[in-house]
Design a protein around this ligand. Structure first.
Ligand code: NPW
Ligand code: K
Length: 489
């Protein structure tokens, strides 16, 4: 899994790579610029587009100059705008690229930028080298860039945004941030969405062994990481091997949530799925998910006969006693979502009773209900880390880059998913998937890694087809295709 290191460590990452691969730092910059240009030329941007590039005096500016040179070669009309007073303070690779500005590429001061003259702006003013609050002149440059109403693409970071912390001043508001090697932490904070826009991470060939030399408990989960966590089943496997799953979900008027979680668990591969529902509502489960069984609230239930239990979707807030019954009678990790989280928030003494290793899946609103308000995402993550370690529980903090907070303190940001997933019932589907993987014998860590990524992937597939019309059932329909895409049988 890709380690997310600090912005202040990027220079060392750079140096180690240069030594390890026997290349110059200029060649590494060229590699970054080439990867950007490959991405850019695949964006269906017309060659007649007029592109403005703001470049600063550091290596972020050096990237911009190299990008400008390469885009000029591809036939784009490039106009450079320098964001400094004198050329004397350029970093050495920025200086080298400055000297290579091709004939035919205009170079002016940022003050001369006229927004009407361009179709696209590339922001390579400041990257990970920013220290402290943005200086006065830099703020003016950021405002100038933000005055452009068209597409703004940030190189590595939107200028002004610190790499690892929350930002209190105005930064470049990019439509897309194309970041090199690994996502900078601050690009993953929800409060920075208006600065970072969409995020693209480009590989610049830095080997994993180099990242391993840095200490960090933040990681970035990609598709290639999954195969190490999936179980394989053999031809003699029977439905019992795929787990007996219980979903404690649904109440009058909220049976849809139970159906979604149940269907999702079946589609994720569970052999036997039972739904614990009010007896009056049994028909809705039987008719909508005939493959599932139902048991009822008032009956005697042998909880320990199940391999995994997911609790919460549509449960209703009057199930405190039931929740305690599960905790008292099931010694293995459970999945807690939706109404189960609200019951927990109202009865914090229950935290101590939750089976160790369990998975709580709050979205930001539920997290707030459970643990209060936080000024920034980094404060929220720090709190989540302490909570998970001290209670030996796991959290899946749902959002644009869902964070898997493990009980050992590691925090893993998910890379899959799309904006169309912000729709009712999508969380219930995740509960079904996580409970299913737990029931199939996956560890909580493997269940979260496989479940969260695949949930996002199925969401992407459904989103491609249904765009903003996507509903949670479409996501369930794409679970089989997501298994295929991952090469998991
Ligand atoms: N391995 C990788 O990932 C690779 C990284 N690469 C690239 O290198 C970039 C990092 O380059 P970098 O270190 O030169 O810093 P950068 O962002 O250009 O900023 C430096 C400038 O900021 C200024 N400045 C500072 N604070 C400020 C403030 N508060 N307000 C205003 N100004 C402030 C500072 O001024 P000074 O303090 O020196 O007066 C200096 O002029 C990285 O983002 C990526 O694009 C690629 O080339 C490929 C390999
Ligand atoms: K930038």
């Amino acid at each position: 899994m890709l380690r997310i290191i600090k912005g202040s460590e990027v220079a060392t990452l750079d140096e180690l790579t240069v030594v390890h691969q026997r290349i110059s730092s200029f060649e590494l910059m060229e590699r970054a610029a080439l990867s950007f240009v490959n991405w850019f030329t695949n964006q269906a941007m017309s060659k007649s587009s007029r592109v403005a590039i703001f470049f600063g005096p550091g290596n972020n500016g050096g990237d911009g100059l190299a990008i400008g040179r390469l885009l000029h070669k591809h036939g784009y009309s490039i106009h450079l705008f320098s964001c400094f007073e004198s050329n004397s303070g350029l970093s050495s690779d920025c200086q080298k690229n400055f000297e290579l500005i091709p004939f035919g590429v205009l170079n002016s001061s940022w003050k001369e930028f006229q927004k009407e003259d361009f179709d696209c702006v590339i922001d390579s003013f400041l990257g990970v080298g920013i220290r402290g609050e943005l200086r006065h002149q830099a703020k003016n440059i950021v405002s100038k860039i933000n005055s452009f109403p068209g597409k703004k693409i940030a190189v590595d970071l939107p200028s002004g945004l610190p790499a690892d912390t929350s930002c209190l001043w105005e930064c470049v508001q990019a439509d897309i941030t194309v970041t090199f090697a690994f996502p900078k932490l601050s690009l993953l904070f929800p409060e920075h969405a208006k600065y970072s826009g969409e995020m693209v991470v480009l590989d610049i060939g830095i080997p994993d062994s180099i990242y391993e030399q840095f200490n960090s408990y933040f990681f970035f989960l990609r598709e290639i990481d999954l195969c190490a966590f999936h179980k394989t089943f053999h031809r003699f496997s029977h439905k019992g091997d795929f787990g007996k799953v219980l979903l404690v979900a649904g109440s009058k008027g909220k049976m849809g949530a139970a159906m979604l979680a149940t269907k999702s668990a079946l589609r994720t591969g569970s052999g036997l799925v039972t739904c614990l529902v009010p007896e009056d509502e049994r028909c809705s489960i039987h008719s909508s998910v005939p493959e599932a069984m139902a048991v009822f609230y008032d009956s005697e239930i042998n909880f320990s006969a199940y391999d995994s239990i997911g609790i919460g979707p549509g449960l209703g807030l009057d199930k405190l006693v039931l929740l305690e019954r599960v905790f008292d009678n099931f010694p293995y990790p459970v999945v807690l979502d939706a109404d189960a989280l609200t019951i927990l928030a109202r009865n914090p003494y229950l935290f101590a009773k939750i089976p160790k290793g369990s998975i709580l899946t709050p979205h930001l609103g539920e997290f707030e209900r459970l643990f209060g308000n936080f000024e920034s995402h980094i404060d929220r993550l720090k709190f989540a880390q302490d909570f998970c370690v001290s209670h030996q529980l796991n959290l899946v903090l749902k959002g644009a880059n869902t964070v898997i907070c493990l009980s050992d303190g590691r925090q893993i940001f998910n890379s899959s998913g799309c904006r169309h997933m912000a729709t009712a019932g999508v969380g219930d589907v995740l509960t079904g998937m996580l409970t299913s993987f737990l029931g199939q014998g996956y560890s909580p860590e493997a269940a979260m890694i496989c479940g969260v990524f695949q949930h996002g992937l199925a969401g992407e597939l459904a989103g491609m087809e249904k765009v903003r019309s996507m509903i949670a059932s479409d996501l369930i329909d794409q679970i089989p295709a997501s298994f295929k895409k991952l090469g998991v049988e």
